[in-house]
Unconditional design. Structure first.
Length: 177
């Protein structure tokens, strides 16, 4: 039972590792999408800044309005390196989980194309019994129950019927005292 509990513990750890890798990959795809949006935003802000700069030079808007638009553009530009840093960190975490050296992670589908599987209705509760952590707990319970039996057996006296090198066992000589 203890061995079975250890095996189920191993399965639980593997399942946990796979789940962690999947979650981190989804986070990485999410960061990729944020970077894409930030780059597009920065490009749109740059276009707006160029238009407002022309309007300022034509005397249509004030310098304050131009400064506000320039500030928005610079904020959008400043966000890009932060997201790139987060992407690098997320890639390093994934590589560590996978036992690889730090580096780029190959991408599959984008976050928009990832589809989570639907859980069908009417799934029996027996499926829960297949979880490794549940099986491990059951095996540990069986092991503890067996250990109780061993402890109870240790309360009763034990008799050794064999002698030591042809001599009578000392326990046997004191059996009736």
């Amino acid at each position: 039972a203890s061995l079975l509990a250890t095996e189920e513990g191993k399965r639980a750890i593997i399942l946990s590792l796979v789940t962690t890798v999947a979650n981190n990959y989804i986070n990485l795809c999410n960061l990729d999408k944020q970077l894409e949006i930030s780059i597009r935003t920065a490009k749109l802000r740059e276009d707006s800044y160029n238009i407002f700069k022309l309007r300022f030079e034509g005397g249509i808007i004030s310098e304050l309005e131009l400064s506000q638009i320039k500030s928005e553009y610079e904020q959008a530009l400043a966000r890009i390196p932060l997201i790139e840093k987060q992407i690098t960190q997320q890639e390093n975490v994934l590589n560590a989980l996978l036992g690889k050296n730090p580096g780029r992670i190959a991408r599959g589908k984008t976050i928009d194309r990832l589809v989570f599987p639907a859980i069908p209705s009417g799934v029996p509760s027996d499926v829960l019994e297949q979880r490794p952590d549940i099986k491990q707990a059951e095996a540990l319970l069986a092991s503890a129950n067996a250990q109780i039996g061993v402890a109870k057996a240790a309360l009763f006296p034990s008799i050794s019927l064999t002698g030591n090198f042809g001599r009578q066992s000392q326990e046997m000589s004191q059996l009736f005292t």
